[in-house]
Design a protein around this ligand. Sequence first.
Ligand SMILES: Nc1ncnc2c1ncn2[C@@H]1O[C@H](COP(=O)(O)OP(=O)(O)OP(=O)(O)O)[C@@H](O)[C@H]1O
Ligand SMILES: Cc1cn([C@H]2C[C@H](O)[C@@H](COP(=O)(O)O)O2)c(=O)[nH]c1=O
Length: 218
Amino acid sequence: MQARFITFEGGEGVGKSTQIQRLVANLNKRGVEAVRTREPGGTPRAEAIRSFLLQGKSEEWGPSAEAILFAAARLDHVNSMIRPNLESDKWVLSDRFHDSTRAYQGLNGGVPTKLISALEQLALDGTTPDMTILIDMDPELAFERVRKRAAEDGLDLPPDRYEKENLDWHRQLRQNFLDIAKREHERFVVIDGDKSANDLETAIWEAVENRYASELDQ
Ligand SMILES: Nc1ncnc2c1ncn2[C@@H]1O[C@H](COP(=O)(O)OP(=O)(O)OP(=O)(O)O)[C@@H](O)[C@H]1O
Ligand SMILES: Cc1cn([C@H]2C[C@H](O)[C@@H](COP(=O)(O)O)O2)c(=O)[nH]c1=O
């Protein structure tokens, strides 16, 4: 069976982490070895860059430098984690990947497409996702979920680098992802995130099963 590389994308709090865990479990039930990872991060070196970026320490450097840092983390992630797992026939599911750089640093941050494309070429070097699941939802509703989670966990954490941007910024971000998905409609599946976690799980499983029916039947 050919190993597949699936990425999850979308704004803050739309349910990516929840659904990626469920998809790994569903694939495992079908006898598929699947591993879960995230960006920025997924390797010790990339996690170090994640802390620096999400604590906002890079903000004063500007969006182009931040895009370069996300790409540096991605280069290590692809070379040390994603590609080796795919080569040993494991499916890799990543919570965010290069479309986040396009949407956050490129389309919202104003980083020129030429730089974004050059960084993609450098970091991915041909390791492009086979399928991208975009969980699309109103950012206001998604932030309600994030606030509820923080209240339930008794946490009073400061918002991270991008959570603190205003609602218009996040509405534009949502549109950016939808525009990317429209341009690359063969790779993307857009799922409405405004449903229960169980209904979302079913919709995502149907999309994956539909696309890889012959492989999952082996
Ligand atoms: N379908 C859903 N309905 C209601 N709440 C949900 C749903 N899916 C996830 N949640 C809750 O919403 C919060 C955010 O979910 P999750 O962490 O999966 O989102 P995320 O997209 O990975 O977030 P982030 O971008 O902040 O990492 C969590 O508290 C989670 O339990
Ligand atoms: C990969 C990637 C991520 N980001 C942003 C998006 C989020 O605000 C954070 C990651 O946090 P999460 O809770 O794990 O979703 O980083 C970005 O701006 N550019 C990127 O390439």
